[in-house]
Design a protein around this ligand. Sequence first.
Ligand code: SAH
Length: 258
Amino acid sequence: MLIDTRNRRYPLTLDPDDVFHSHIGLIPHAELIGMADGSVAQTSLGRPMVVLRPTLADFIFSMTRGAQVIYPKDIGPILMYADLFPGARVFEAGVGSGALSMALLRAVGPTGSVLAYEIREDFANRARNNIESFLGPGQPMQIELRNAYDGIDAVGLDRVILDLPEPWMVVPHTETAMRSGGILLAYLPTVTQLVELHRSLERSKFAMVQTIEVLERPWHLDGRSVRPEHRMVGHTGFLTTARLLSEHVEVRSPRRNG
Ligand code: SAH
């Protein structure tokens, strides 16, 4: 991406025959190709442009999105609390625009795999495009056009990550598709959904159920004006995790350590 001195961002896909055009001048892509990450290029009008490879968070904000994506604020904690690790076998539903999928793929690495179900073909295709344009082709991910409420065609999964409206419909399927000790994580926007999910988990072989909400408050730092920003995103979704046991057992609500 190119960034001007007013912090406007221009995402690009480099092509040696293409030219970047803006009101502050041109830069042929050929000049950018081979430049070190973090360089400063000059436009044809002599104006500086910062040259940076986008981070995954930058890409999520700039990519084409159809369904509501999970934002970096929640993706970071999802990776930690669902304990994604290199080599993990993960199930994900739905895929949406693929924002979370990309983070899962990075966490499981080339020895892991992500099996995903998505009911909308247009979303599945867009997710595939987004994933390939950021991570490159040949990722260990399989996206199937299937309804996750009908079952999961896998066994021995390590992790199941759900971002769809009725995750409680997937809880019974997860009990057979995931190994014991595995972690289920569901992302849900509303309290009524949360209550329904907790009810289904209470009747299952899942235990150690925890729900958290993550708040991120950006700060404004400009000379002596150092304070929180006036606006923040008030709500996105709740993250609920649970661990699958070999049989049903009542475990009291765990105490959170810090
Ligand atoms: N986590 C995604 C966003 C997912 S939005 C991201 O970060 O980009 C929810 C998605 O779930 C939508 O694409 C929707 O089509 C899909 N979906 C809804 N119900 C489903 C079901 N029963 N099975 C599979 N996918 C489903």
